[in-house]
Design a protein around this ligand. Structure first.
Ligand code: PHE
Length: 358
């Protein structure tokens, strides 16, 4: 065995004992670097005659290639080993129970919105949205509330400075404009709910200038009041978790529905405490009716072919009733102590299979 073989074998043996990517690189420098042992041999070629240089040159190059290939293979192997070690070290057991240490809370309005959405989604409703800043036409005119109609005063509207075009813009006073926007977005049939913020210049124990409503809209060929009644019966019983909840539809008036009704649910007010589903008193919870033909027309739908119902209710009020929260104003004071008391765990996702009620 000559010097080259000996050196090659000892280098290959060293490669096999390296235990890290860094050690492989050190060895590469020691063998093939500028001052490396193989490089050193290469340098001796210059002093040889042509014959010898040719023979040795080939042998040196072959040795260099073998060592270089061995270093590369070792590097890959060690890399893989490091990755395996890391993967097993960093493994997460997804079956472990979650630690209940989160401090954040879901606001009752968000929770109830989710609950309402889950119930209507189960009945085939989709969620639609519209802007908080509305124009006069969507909020009023298209809903059969023409200029100078007394309902405009009743809504205590927050008006914004008019647009450059002179168009009146405002903070929507109800979610009903989403009916119009949705009907204009595509052909019927429609089956949507539209939860969101609404605004009226009003503030006391039970009113805040910003509050939440959810609108419902169903448009199809043969929809009638019976469908409206069944839908709302199903909803109120599911949201309050009372299977035999008493309710009544009382004739009412809205410019955008005909006939119109308000829905009351059974309650007791004994001793000044409000209890849903008990006693023989009534509590109004929503407005509803058959969509007025003029509203369908405004939204480009032929009232001779299509008809349907709509309803609108206050989400905050449902939250107050369902979870026994006395003062509406506290909802929007962003008091962490209040939220810790009345809020919900982020993991407590409302589902129908979970019975919705906690
Ligand atoms: N928009 C009405 C309100 O804010 C509620 C409503 C919606 C009534 C849809 C009937 C139909 O009071």
């Amino acid at each position: 065995m000559d010097d080259l073989d000996r050196l090659t074998n000892s280098l290959l043996a060293e490669v096999a004992t390296t235990d890290s990517a860094a050690a492989v690189e050190d060895l590469r420098v020691a063998a093939l670097g500028k001052k490396g042992s193989i490089t050193g041999l290469m340098k001796t070629l210059g002093a040889m005659d042509a014959e010898e240089r040719k023979a040795k040159g080939q042998a040196f190059n072959a040795a260099k290639d073998r060592i270089s290939a061995a270093l590369d293979a070792r590097k890959t192997q060690l890399g893989q080993r490091e990755m395996d070690a890391r993967l097993s070290f960093e493994r997460v057991d997804v079956t472990l129970p979650v630690r209940a240490e989160s401090q954040g809370r879901i606001h009752p309005v968000s929770q109830v919105t989710e609950e309402i959405t889950a119930i209507f989604a189960d009945m085939g409703f989709k969620v639609a949205e519209g802007p908080d800043i509305e124009d006069d036409w969507h909020n009023f005119t298209a809903l059969n509330i023409p200029p100078n109609h007394p309902a405009r005063q009743m809504h205590d509207t927050f008006y914004l400075p008019p647009k450059d075009t002179g168009e009146t813009i405002l903070l929507r006073t109800h979610t009903s404009p989403v009916q119009i926007r949705h009907m204009m977005s595509g052909p019927p049939p429609h089956r949507i709910i539209a939860p969101g913020r609404t605004y009226r210049c009003d503030s006391d124990m039970t009113h805040t200038p910003m509050f939440h409503q959810v609108e419902g809209l169903v448009i199809d060929r043969n929809i009638h009041m019976g469908h409206l009644k069944g839908c709302l019966e199903e909803f109120t019983r599911a949201i309050f978790g009372i299977p035999d909840l008493r309710y009544r539809l009382r004739p009412s008036h809205f410019p955008f529905t005909e006939p119109s009704a308000e829905m009351d649910i059974g309650c007791s007010r004994k001793g000044g405490v409000l209890k849903i589903g008990e006693g023989d008193d009534w509590l109004e919870i929503l407005g509803c009716g058959m969509v007025h033909p003029k509203v369908l027309e405004a939204a480009g739908i032929d009232p001779n072919e299509w008809q349907g119902f709509a309803f609108g209710m206050g989400i905050d009020r449902i939250a107050m009733l369902k979870y026994g929260i006395p003062d509406l104003r506290a909802f929007f004071e962003a008091d962490v102590r209040w939220l810790r008391h009345y809020g919900f765990s982020a993991l407590d996702v409302p589902t129908l299979s979970g019975g919705l009620v906690r």
